[in-house]
Ligand binder design. Structure first.
Ligand SMILES: NC(=O)c1ccc[n+]([C@@H]2O[C@H](COP(=O)([O-])OP(=O)(O)OC[C@H]3O[C@@H](n4cnc5c(N)ncnc54)[C@H](O)[C@@H]3O)[C@@H](O)[C@H]2O)c1
Length: 145
């Protein structure tokens, strides 16, 4: 399925971490492709400024909510075709500042995002990091590393 080139007004996506660096660009690109987007973020490391230009666009909705909370499911009635899970306090500084939230995001957040996808039969995408492979031997890492 080509998300980026095919207008898909029938498609509804939820982007967790949607007010972050990657999530906000993804929300914009999806909207440009005709996808309805629910952007979910607790603004732990993101900013409303990242999505200010999207407010008021048809099909865009910002839901300020912690994805680690069970309540998130109730805030997101859907149904969704895509669950795109980008919530994460990405920078090492943010992880150190928020150690408990960082643990939650890797477990509870992912479980809740998966529960959403399971509820609606949606496709699920998790943004991970090359850090999971340990200290890299080359910088910058290529896609085939
Ligand atoms: N930026 C990159 O170059 C890059 C490269 C590869 C992978 N990634 C991965 O992509 C994902 C997003 O990266 P990013 O650079 O956009 O990070 P970011 O910190 O800019 O955005 C993450 C967003 O998640 C939100 N968030 C954190 N915990 C949350 C929670 N419990 N509930 C709701 N929202 C929450 C933050 O407020 C923030 O807006 C991360 O998993 C990262 O590891 C990023």
């Amino acid at each position: 399925m080509s998300l980026m080139t095919t207008p898909a007004p029938w498609c509804r996506a939820v982007v967790t971490g949607g007010a972050g660096f990657l999530g906000s660009h993804l929300c914009e690109r999806l909207l440009d492709s005709g996808v309805e987007v629910d952007c979910v973020d607790n603004l732990l490391s993101g900013s409303e400024g990242n999505i200010a230009h999207l407010e008021g666009r048809p099909g865009f909705r910002f839901v300020r909510c912690d994805v680690s909370s069970d309540a998130v499911i109730g805030h997101l009635p859907g149904p969704y075709d895509l669950v795109l899970h980008f919530a994460w306090p990405r920078s090492p500084a943010d992880c150190l500042r928020h150690p408990l939230e960082t643990m939650d995001v890797g477990s509870l957040d992912t479980r809740n995002a998966l529960a959403l996808a399971h509820r609606d039969g949606a496709r699920f995408l998790l943004a991970s990091t090359s850090e999971v492979y340990g200290d890299p031997l080359v910088h910058p890492q290529r896609e085939d590393y």
